[in-house]
Design a protein around this ligand. Structure first.
Ligand code: GTP
Ligand code: MG
Length: 621
């Protein structure tokens, strides 16, 4: 109960900016609720007037209409009703307009009730979708600011399902549940008061079985709670299966994995069945049961009337009574579902609020220092870093002078990329400091730090937009001429112009519409537009053929002028003129020096070099 309250408080925080509409919606709901018994009152009054117009004065005919409504009827209307009554007592044709007007009261009240019911839902959904949009954006923004470590550890399809599905679930509660919370209790109370005022005895008799209603609601509510959470998890799992299958569709096809993937999808999809059906049962069984209890109640009333006899109500009174009893069914059913809805929404929101509470492992400094990396040395001081238990970097000491070209070489998995990730502050080392110009990079805002760095990585990520846009993303707002110049330097201009749409070519999801080498050159052009003092090239030329590689190499060397460059390369031919070569082995720098020195040392570097010399003799001169 307490956590339900804190959940509702969170929902209220979300909806608060839209409280005016929310209030209007609730108000409209209350009015619609009050109109419900009035529909019945109008119906029975008209019924009474049509069937026995002459017997009694008008006020007796209107006895089912609450006194305060009767008092509100203006004299003109009263006169007109009286005219209609007299006409009906004689010949309806005497005053057709008055009679038609009288009958039209029913659709008129219905119309009002419909209008306010609509406004009720409309305003509440108006507020709900806006509140949920805010939440979605906030959630997405929050996720975007979490660290690389978070994204490594979290399944992206699951995050997507949080942002789309779970928020939608919450929207349904803000929208529907708030409608139910106000309108239906008002309707119920209105009907009950009406019934108790008009037919206290019959009402009480028909209510004898009502307490039994609580049982199905309570029993099924508990089941929903368990299933709602599992359902959310299975949906997330389903998104995950899909996203892997779609993004990896080439491998799926090449290895004939379709049946395997479909099987996995089928298994996951089937897990939804049991939980969904449990929720369906919980939603649908209480309704008919309530109807049944209502019917039993009415049967008791008939029994009472049949055996006790005596004060039998008039037709119209009894009709009103039945209408009111049956009108109670819908709000009771809605209220019985409300509990289930709330439980489902809470299951969804738990996960959302959990994500919102995740803090970045890369804390921003409270008072960030300004940083300009131009002309500044970069130092890695005694860096120790591990992913979980697994040590990746162990005691790295490396100083890179401003404008130097540093090559990081070594076998795969030795920690080269990880070292550059520390410079980008994707992770913080467990021990040691990274400094730029003597400033600990943890004292600089990550935004400013990363503004100083351009990256071309192993996996060249392009966005599914035009080539122009992909290049422009290096530095937003860069001019057309600069984009083209960057493409020319990256030796991309030629192939771009050969495409029918040129710079407007859309590169496809993850750049599938361009070749691997083209992708890489677009990424290089993007790094060139960034024009940053620090450059990280992580296998930047690894998808290029030998000819393009030497061309792009030339472009990169031009780009490297005056910038501090970290170049990770497996092909040692590309880094021979580096100012410093750092040789990595199992997270340590085992050799450090220039190409010639390292060759003379007869160590790891020489071994790597000779291996390549044998396999790629034409390159390793
Ligand atoms: P190549 O790019 O293959 O030349 O290797 P590298 O020297 O760049 O290796 P990298 O720095 O990427 O990885 C060093 C070690 O850290 C390897 O053993 C990886 O398995 C491990 N590693 C890298 N990224 C992650 C990660 O996100 N999570 C975990 N748990 N381990 C990682
Ligand atoms: Mg790497």
């Amino acid at each position: 109960m307490a956590d339900m309250l804190s959940f509702l408080r969170k929902v209220w925080e979300l909806a608060r900016p839209y409280r005016v509409r929310l209030f209007l919606g609730v108000l409209a709901g209350a009015i619609a609720g009050i109109l419900e018994p009035l529909v019945i009152a109008a119906f029975t009054a008209v019924f009474h007037l049509i069937f026995s117009p002459g017997t009694e004065p008008l006020s007796r005919h209107l006895k089912n209409v609450p006194q305060f409504v009767q008092d509100a009827i203006p004299q003109v209307v009263w006169n007109w009703l009286e005219t209609a009554r007299q006409a009906l007592a004689g010949s309806a044709k005497a005053h057709p307009a008055a009679v038609i007007g009288l009958v039209a009261v029913i659709p008129a009240v219905m119309f009002l009730r419909g209008l306010f019911s609509y406004l009720n839902i409309y305003f509440l959904q108006w507020a709900a979708i806006r509140a949920i949009t805010d939440l979605r954006v906030r959630l997405f923004e929050h996720l975007m600011n979490l660290s690389a470590g978070f994204f490594n550890a979290t399944n992206s399809a699951e995050l997507m399902s949080r942002i789309t599905l779970d928020t939608t679930n919450l929207q349904s509660i803000i929208g529907n549940a708030t409608a139910v919370i106000v309108k239906d209790p008002v309707t119920l109370i209105g009907l009950l008061v009406y019934l108790l005022l008009k037919q206290p005895k019959l009402t009480l008799i028909s209510m004898v079985v009502m307490p039994l209603c609580v049982i199905p609601i309570a029993v099924y509510g508990r089941k929903v709670r368990r299933s709602a959470g599992s359902l959310q998890d299975h949906y997330a799992e389903l998104s995950n299966v899909m996203s892997e299958a779609f993004t990896g569709n080439r491998i799926v096809k090449a290895y004939n994995l379709e049946p395997t993937v479909v099987e996995r999808f089928r298994d996951t999809a089937r897990k939804l069945i049991g939980h969904t059906m449990r929720i369906v049962r919980a939603m649908e069984i209480p309704g008919p049961l309530l109807e049944l209890f209502g019917a039993v109640g009415v049967a008791f009333v008939f029994l009472y009337l049949a055996f006790a006899g005596g004060d039998r109500a008039s037709y119209s009174d009894f009709l009103g009574f039945l209408l009111a009893i049956f009108s109670m069914y819908r709000p009771i059913k809605n209220l019985s579902r409300l509990q289930n809805n709330l439980v489902q929404a809470r299951a969804a929101s738990d996960r959302i609020f959990e994500l919102l509470a995740t803090t970045s492992t890369i804390p921003e400094p409270a008072n960030p220092k300004p940083l300009s990396a131009v002309g500044k040395d970069i130092q890695f001081e005694n860096i120790k870093f591990a992913f979980g238990e697994k040590p990746v970097l162990q005691g790295i000491n490396l100083t890179v002078k401003a404008g130097q070209f540093v090559a990081l070489v070594g076998s795969t998995g030795s920690g080269k990329t990880t070292l550059t990730n520390l410079l980008l502050r994707f992770y913080d080392p467990q021990q040691g400091v990274v400094r730029i110009g003597g400033i600990d990079i943890r004292e600089v805002s990550t935004r400013e730090l990363r503004n100083q760095i351009a990256v071309v990585t192993q996996e060249t990520a392009l966005f599914n937009e035009t080539i122009r846009r992909n290049i422009e993303l290096g530095r937003l707002g860069v001019s057309e001429a600069e984009i083209i110049a960057a493409a020319q330097h990256a030796h991309a201009h030629g192939f771009i112009m050969e495409k029918p749409q040129g710079y407007e070519t859309v590169v496809g999801e993850r750049g599938v519409a361009v070749s691997g080498g083209q992708r890489q050159r677009i990424a290089i052009a993007r790094a060139i537009t960034r024009n940053a003092p620090i450059l990280i090239l992580d296998e930047a030329t690894n998808s290029l053929d030998a000819e393009s590689e030497s061309i792009v190499q030339a472009a990169l060397e031009e780009l490297m002028q005056g910038r501090t460059t970290f170049c990770i390369a497996h092909r040692l031919s590309t880094i021979q003129r580096a100012d410093v070569i750092a040789v990595f082995e199992q997270g340590r720098i085992v050799e450090l020096g220039r190409h010639a020195e390292l060759l003379n040392r007869n160590g790891v570097y020489r071994r790597l070099y000779e291996m390549q010399f044998r396999t790629e003799p034409e390159e390793a001169k």
